[in-house]
Design a protein around this ligand. Structure first.
Ligand SMILES: Nc1nc2c(ncn2[C@@H]2O[C@H](COP(=O)(O)OP(=O)(O)OP(=O)(O)O)[C@@H](O)[C@H]2O)c(=O)[nH]1
Ligand SMILES: [Mg+2]
Length: 448
């Protein structure tokens, strides 16, 4: 029996009224992805990797087959989006979210919409079982939530076309909240569900919440208590979950045609979602502050480094120049001394003028004196050593020149100053305004 009802569309006309939380998350997201001055772009140009914040929280719903997972999503969105029924209805993963247009997306398009979920493709065969449903509903906090509906879990002969345990575990790790549904029917103690929950609790136990779903079908209060005891005992038996004192609220989809006297804690689920959204808003604003500081400190450390590099380059350039000049000057002087030595005083005076000729004569005199001081059989060795020394000087000049660090161009420095001003004058005041907005919303909501 499959309960495919005709789709009634909630909020067919796009409502322009959005909640402050939605606006804050959207504006923060825009600050990151803006094509001109997006923080992601600025950070990339500085060699820093930033991730834009998510605009919505992810709530994964998992549990036994027919536990009411899809029905809960439909109830939350107040639209019949997901197929429900007693047969195995949900066989893959569906991202259910709100948007401007009612749309159904298949694998590729879905992962295009949620690129950070792309690694799920590492699990063989899962591609054909990923889809997305976009609804226009804005009921409750649906515009700030993306639900992930998961395949119903069963034990035994059921063959899944992909490694369902790994896929749910991986998706659960990405989610902000994980709701685990246990229904009071025979399936309540499905081993597969318990295995996955145990695995997930190793890494993200704090975001897992258990619910006894379809509680209105559990019979009398005593029966319900018995089922609950049974489930809790089974959970406590697992070493990874042995932290007795589980909370397991009872929930069911309210049905006006079939009123039940059973306590329904479904509103508590909505409050949990709301709380997680508020935490996400706070986290996003805090992250924005941290990312701004990271960008500013990266810019100032780059400018500091540039200043030291400029000084270093100056001293390296001086060393290179001195070595190069000596490497050229010494052999030239040596050769000139021999030439000048062969000329007479009159020829020199005529050639260089009297003053310069005298200086030259003194210099060449010293060099010739030194040269004659070297024993004749050592003169060849001296020339070789002297040549080697001059070569070494030229080599050092080249070495010093190549040691220069790359410094920032004027354009790059201007750009960095611009980025820094933009963060200080635009982004930070905007963040402060958004925080104020958030606090005002809290004050209004909690009537403070
Ligand atoms: N009485 C009662 N019936 C419910 C409730 N929630 C769901 N159902 C019914 O239980 C059946 C299964 O519900 P689904 O929402 O399809 O369950 P599911 O967990 O998505 O199932 P799979 O996708 O097959 O794993 C449907 O016939 C629903 O109408 C509830 O709170 N109370
Ligand atoms: Mg389902």
């Amino acid at each position: 029996m499959s309960g495919r009802k005709p789709r009634s569309v909630a909020n067919p006309l796009e409502s322009t009224i959005t909640s402050p939380s939605e606006r804050i998350l959207k504006e923060c997201h825009c600050l990151y992805v803006d094509s001109d001055h997006g923080l992601v772009k600025i950070a990339t140009s500085l060699g820093v990797r930033l991730l834009p914040p998510r605009k919505k929280i992810f709530v994964m719903i998992m549990g036994n087959h027919s536990a009411g997972k899809s029905s809960f999503i439909n109830w939350y969105a107040e639209e019949h989006i997901q197929k429900t029924g007693v047969a195995i209805e949900t066989q893959g993963f569906t991202f259910i979210t709100s948007g401007r247009k009612r749309e159904s997306l298949t694998g590729n398009a879905t992962l295009h919409l949620y690129p950070h979920f792309r690694p799920i493709l590492d699990i063989k065969g899962v591609m054909d079982y990923v889809s997305a449903e976009i609804s226009t509903s804005k009921q409750k906090k649906f515009s700030l939530v993306t639900f992930v509906d998961t395949p119903g879990l069963v034990d035994g002969d059921m063959v899944y076309p992909f490694d369902v345990n790994s896929a749910i575990t991986w998706l659960g790790e990405q989610a902000d909240l994980i709701f685990v549904f246990f229904d009071p029917m025979g399936q309540a103690l499905c081993k597969r569900t318990l295995n996955i929950v145990e695995k997930l609790s190793e890494k993200c136990g704090d975001k897992i919440l258990f619910y006894l779903s379809k509680a209105d079908e559990a019979g009398k209060e005593t029966d319900r208590q018995r089922v609950m005891m049974q489930i809790v005992q089974e959970l406590c038996r697992r070493p990874g979950l042995n932290k007795c004192g589980f909370e397991m609220p009872t929930i069911y989809i309210p049905n006006p045609q079939k009123p039940s006297r059973c306590v329904n804690q479904i509103d508590g689920m909505c409050q949990t979602i709301e709380k997680t959204i508020n935490q996400a808003v706070q986290k996003t604003l805090d992250q924005l502050e941290k990312d701004c500081d990271l960008i500013c400190s990266t810019i100032s450390s780059k400018l500091d480094k540039d200043r030291t590099d400029v000084l270093f380059n100056k001293s390296v350039r001086l060393h290179s120049f001195l070595c190069g000049a000596l490497g050229v000057f010494l052999p030239v002087l040596f050769i000139l001394s021999f030439i000048v030595h062969t000329l007479s005083k009159e020829q020199l005076d005529e050639l260089l003028g009297e003053g310069l000729a005298r200086t030259f004569t003194v210099f060449t005199g010293i060099i010739m004196y030194l040269w004659e001081w070297i024993p004749e059989d050592g003169q060849v060795v001296f020339v070789i050593v002297f040549g080697g020394f001059c070569y070494l000087l030229l080599f050092l000049a080249k070495r010093f020149a190549s040691k220069r660090n790359k410094t920032l161009t004027k354009k790059e420095k201007r750009k960095m100053a611009e980025y820094s001003d933009y963060i200080q004058d635009i982004v930070k005041p905007k963040k402060a305004k958004l925080y104020e907005w958030y606090l005002q919303q809290c004050a209004a909501e909690y009537d403070l």
